[in-house]
Design a protein around this ligand. Structure first.
Ligand code: DGL
Length: 273
């Protein structure tokens, strides 16, 4: 397959969470064209068996490559990246970047006391992908992990603050407080939307780390190394697709991402060419 500098970057997530990565990609590389698929028709991934998530991830990534000519794939979903990155890397003819390794690198960089935490979906935490990625950095840190079931559902119904979510956050984040972490990685792309609540619960002394910016830097590096970055005078275009309700994706997506989220088209499983 032929890709060139004008080919788009392909991004996917189970839903809206990947828009946090999309924001960083747009801000860092406004000249790049990007196609985003939110698999809201099959979300959430976080409590599904790993094999099922792997199948979804492969189908979405192949659609981005074969139907949209993506020159690089960003797995903007921790759950999918934690179980499918190796498969996608081995299968696809273009580079694949996940959010796990960039997030782990950013996390170990900011800690002062060596006690770090990661929160994510049940699937991500069970995969132990962060234990591996933090270990691979070689940093001498102690990692505490916790799943936060329920956080994603709050974001997906646009309830990103208030008593209910604060109560849940207080309960789910207590292992992090007990462990005395001074840096907490939001290991789910939905969680940055809950950052104000999480910060309040954890206290000002704890640095919240999102993998979005670090992932965008990794994408830029790979594009530049391969010589397929968009020309600096290019006008980047953005395309959004959703396997669920496209009107809802447009409405909530625009609130979460900003005005770049224009029209949303339907993406259908099994329709890939
Ligand atoms: N955005 C997904 C992640 O980063 C979580 C949402 C879901 O469970 O589908 O893990």
């Amino acid at each position: 397959m032929v890709v060139n500098r004008d080919s788009p970057i392909g991004v996917f997530d189970s839903g809206f969470g990947g828009l946090t990565v999309m924001r960083s990609l747009i801000d860092l590389m406004p000249n790049e064209s990007i196609v985003y698929i939110g698999d809201t028709g099959r979300y959430p991934y976080g409590n599904k068996p790993a094999d099922e998530v792997r199948g979804y991830a492969l189908e979405l990534a192949e659609s981005l490559v074969h139907d949209h000519g993506a020159k690089l794939i960003v797995v903007a979903c921790n759950t999918a990246a934690s179980v499918a990155l190796d498969l996608l890397t081995a299968t696809l003819p273009v580079p694949v970047i996940g959010v796990i390794e960039p997030g782990a690198r950013a996390l170990v960089r900011v800690t002062h006391n060596g006690k770090v935490g990661v929160i994510g979906t049940v699937g991500t935490i069970a995969s132990q992908a962060y234990d591996t990625a933090v270990g691979a950095t070689g940093a001498e840190v102690r990692l505490t992990s916790a799943a936060c079931p329920g956080f994603v559902e709050f974001v997906e119904r646009d309830q990103t603050d208030g008593d209910e979510v604060t109560l849940l956050a207080t309960r789910l984040l207590s292992p992090m407080k007990e462990a005395g972490v001074d840096a907490l990685l939001l290991g789910c792309t939905h969680y940055p939307f809950l950052a104000p609540v999480i910060q309040r619960v954890m206290g000002d002394g704890v640095v919240l780390v999102s993998s979005a910016n670090e992932t965008a830097f990794a994408v830029r590096d790979v594009l530049e190394t391969r010589g397929v970055e968009a020309p600096s005078d290019a006008q980047g275009s953005r395309r959004f697709l959703s396997s669920g309700d496209v009107e809802w994706f447009a409405t909530l997506g625009r609130r979460l991402l900003g005005p770049e989220l224009g029209e949303v088209s339907a993406w259908m499983s099994g329709a890939s060419s």
